[in-house]
Design a protein around this ligand. Structure first.
Ligand code: ATP
Length: 273
């Protein structure tokens, strides 16, 4: 119950439709993750193994967490979002107990998608955590995962990392995170979609040209686009306050915001590894 209060998200309504772009990734997840999860007996009949975990990797802010949440939504499963650092940061013994409680809670209340964010904090070969208590925490984690190797029991295990090269190969053995999925930065079409999702429901001027903004945001992550839209909205609100009149978000607000918000994925792509 403690783990549930800590990490389970109540009433998750996020679906694939809320994730802009990433069509190929969604297709892969649907085929390799959602179908086996929803139809375990069909997979057993074809002697196709279900179970094991899926590691999402890619630059920050490009939708790994959002995709994991949407996967839970598509599975109509509970979403449990575990920031790995919150577990690793505990005293000796307490971390193992917490981890065991998280897995026990997942088994008890199925279907559940168990999502471990920033897995490298636990699985990092260069995390500088190679002390005895860390080694013991890693064994606890791998033993729990191995418990799901041949039967997913209504629990789907996902994880995310920005540093896949830093994830110890022990974590990628069969039955563990043996499926690895790249979540790329959004291309122009995807950026237009994310812009539309982020602008939805806001007062908009007629001149807003989503495709033009999408063309000018090479290297922007989804999170950068969210930041861009929020910045433009703030500018519109400022004007509304100053003039006392309505001030819908227009192309000029977005253009001005473009001067303030910079892309963050290019750095990841060039410094990665
Ligand atoms: P990190 O590696 O930093 O944890 P992440 O890849 O998990 O990042 P998310 O947390 O999923 O990124 O994305 C951050 C926010 O950016 C989301 O809450 C969402 O608002 C927006 N976002 C990112 N990608 C998309 C997308 N493809 N469609 C819609 N919104 C997106």
């Amino acid at each position: 119950a403690a783990a549930r209060a800590l990490f389970a998200e109540a009433d998750n309504q996020v679906r694939f439709a809320d994730v802009g772009g990433l069509e190929d990734v969604k297709k892969q997840i649907a085929r390799r993750i959602i179908t086996p999860f929803r139809k375990p007996s069909l997979f057993a009949k074809y002697r196709r193994k279900a179970g094991g975990g899926v590691l999402l990797f890619g630059p920050p802010g490009c939708g790994k967490t959002l995709l994991a949440r949407a996967t839970a939504g598509e599975c109509e499963a509970r979403f449990v979002n575990v920031p790995v650092i919150d577990v690793v940061d505990k005293y000796i013994g307490e971390a193992e107990r917490k981890l065991a409680a998280i897995f026990a809670d997942a088994r008890r209340d199925t279907p559940t998608v168990l999502f471990f964010d920033e897995l490298e904090a636990l699985a990092g070969t260069r995390s500088g955590n190679a002390n005895q208590s860390h080694v013991s925490l890693v064994s606890t984690f791998l033993a729990e995962m191995d418990g799901f190797a041949h039967n997913n029991e209504g629990v789907l295990i996902l994880a995310a990392t920005n540093m896949p090269w830093g994830v110890d190969s022990a974590f990628r053995r069969p039955g563990r995170f043996d499926r690895v999925q790249f979540v790329p930065p959004p291309d122009r079409v995807a950026r237009a979609e994310i812009l539309k999702l982020q602008l939805e429901g806001r007062p908009l001027a007629g001149d807003v040209d989503v495709d033009a903004i999408a063309a000018k945001t090479t290297g922007f992550s989804g999170a950068d686009i969210e930041n861009l839209v929020n910045t433009a909205v703030d500018l519109a609100i400022e004007e509304a306050l100053a003039s006392g009149a309505e001030s819908p978000v227009g192309q000029r607000h977005l253009a001005e915001a473009l001067g303030e918000v910079k892309p963050t994925t290019l750095e990841w792509l060039t410094t990665a590894r």
